[in-house]
Design a protein around this ligand. Structure first.
Ligand code: AMP
Ligand code: ZN
Length: 458
């Protein structure tokens, strides 16, 4: 069955045809590791994972690269403000490399918690300075860049068109470009490829132009070329990447090799909170740990994301997360119920469900529609075949529906359980019985098994 994907570049849903028949090459813009990822950031990686899983479900092998931005991303996506890593280093009074290591590790933990399959290649900007330098040299050689006192700029006037992704005319782009401080810059849309580091700048490297650090956009061009080649299949990112970062990546590739680096460009819409922006000052910026503290798992959050298509905004509320949590628990129960089922459902019916599910996910990852098929199967008559089908769907959903809920017990109850374990070890059965009754009194059921005791909330 064909896979249709919406391509920001052509503004159309297109039938996906990979360059190599069996292997899809894709690149995703990864995190800037200067702070914990919030649940909005994580939405774009859930989208990336969704795409991976759908391609894989369709039988493709994947060669997927994602960058870790640990240098060069200034406070604004264009060329102003301080480097986000340097700012974090100052905030936490640490070395920027320590900051990068700490938040990269936290990010990887978040991916694991969300059951996101990691890309085959994860590449750090700071480990590819040489590749970027060579890339910039080639752009200069091809006549698409110029040097000023402080910067190497990309010369956007050399392109046949700048702004192919956002489909803006040159005038509109110019109007949108910020007022420049660098009077040596030739065109308002020109952007920094390479920056000559001031004396007090910590992250800098000895390069052809002296002590420098890279601009943000060049890392993605250099690393995607290195790992995926000059032309690859899909490039993904958040919707905010369209007007600057991805336009600039395209410009760089045109300057380097004369063409756009990826055939399909896909972008994930933003998550809003209570209909508005997430921000620290509004005290509504949540991480996975914040959700865990309130009793929601990362997979509850994953489930919540399937309620909206990736190209639509999704509005986060705790009521909606509650519903997702209940729905996930329900789905797991349905799966367990089907496991014990004896009804022999007609294979044709199974095939029909499988096709409808595939049609939904292959229609530009229509997860809300796919979930409606999942629920039909979940609510069907008790059948082991449905359990198998749900588990097959879970290759795309990644909700671990076959893992039983681990319900954490309150500390007070854990304390009684531990005391009872001790009493049983000491063969103090009177005390053990007393503690069992206490647990029952507090609303728990206790089952003694060969392996120990099972305590569950009644
Ligand atoms: P950053 O680490 O700041 O470079 O951002 C990482 C990713 O998160 C980017 O792809 C952004 O597009 C994405 N992003 C940032 N805020 C949101 C949001 N509220 N909803 C969805 N994605 C977001
Ligand atoms: Zn990028």
């Amino acid at each position: 069955m064909d896979i249709k994907l919406y391509n920001t570049l052509t503004r159309e849903k297109e039938i996906f045809k990979p360059i190599d028949e069996k292997e899809v090459r894709l690149y995703s813009c990864g995190p800037t590791v200067y702070y914990f990822a919030h649940i909005g950031n994580l939405r774009s990686y859930l989208f990336m994972d969704n795409l991976r899983r759908v391609l894989h479900y369709n039988g493709y092998n994947l060669k997927h690269a994602m960058n870790i931005t640990d240098v060069g991303h200034l406070e604004s996506d264009a060329d102003d403000g301080e480097d986000k890593m340097m700012k974090a280093a100052r905030r936490e009074n640490k070395d920027p490399y320590e900051i990068a290591k700490f938040y990269t590790d936290r990010f990887m933990e978040d991916l694991d918690k969300l059951n996101i399959w990691k890309p085959e290649i994860i590449c750090k900007a700071t480990e590819h300075i040489k590749d970027m330098e060579e890339y910039v040299k080639e752009i200069i050689k091809n006549g698409y860049a110029y040097e000023t006192t402080n910067t190497i700029y990309f010369d956007t006037s050399k392109l046949d068109k700048y702004g192919v992704l956002s489909n803006k005319g040159a005038d509109e782009v110019k109007a949108g470009a910020r007022v420049e401080f660098d009077t040596e810059k030739k065109n308002p849309t020109d952007f920094a490829l390479w920056i000559k580091a001031p004396e007090n700048h910590i992250m800098k490297w000895d390069t052809f132009w002296g002590k420098c650090y890279p601009g943000w956009h060049i890392e993605c061009s250099a690393m995607s070329r290195k790992y995926l080649g000059e032309l690859f299949d899909i490039h993904t990112g958040g919707i905010d990447h369209i007007p600057i970062h991805h336009e600039n990546e395209i410009a760089q590739s045109k300057g380097y090799s004369g063409h756009i680096p990826a055939n399909t460009w896909m972008h994930c819409e933003f998550l809003t909170i209570n209909g508005g922006k997430m921000s620290k000052s509004l005290n509504n910026l949540y991480t996975l740990s914040d959700l865990a503290e309130k009793g929601y798992s990362a997979l509850d959050y994953r489930m919540f994301n399937f309620t909206s298509h990736y190209r639509n905004k999704i509005n986060f509320t705790f009521e909606a997360l509650d519903s997702a949590k209940i729905a996930l628990a329900r789905l797991k129960e349905c799966y367990q119920r089907h496991l014990e089922g004896t009804i022999d459902v007609d294979d044709k019916k199974i095939e029909e469900y499988k096709n409808r599910f595939l049609e939904a996910i292959n229609d530009d990852l229509n997860m809300p529609l796919a979930m409606s098929v999942v629920w039909e199967v979940a609510k069907g008559e008790k059948s082991k075949k449905y359990a198998d089908l749900l588990l097959d769907f879970d290759k795309v959903l990644g909700l671990k529906i076959d893992e039983k809920e681990e319900k954490e017990l309150p500390e007070e109850i854990m304390e009684i359980i531990n005391q009872r374990k001790l009493a049983r070890e000491n063969k103090d059965f009177t005390e053990s019985d007393r503690l069992r009754d206490l647990l029952i009194e507090k609303g728990y059921s206790v089952k003694d098994t060969k392996e120990g005791m099972e305590v569950t909330k009644k």
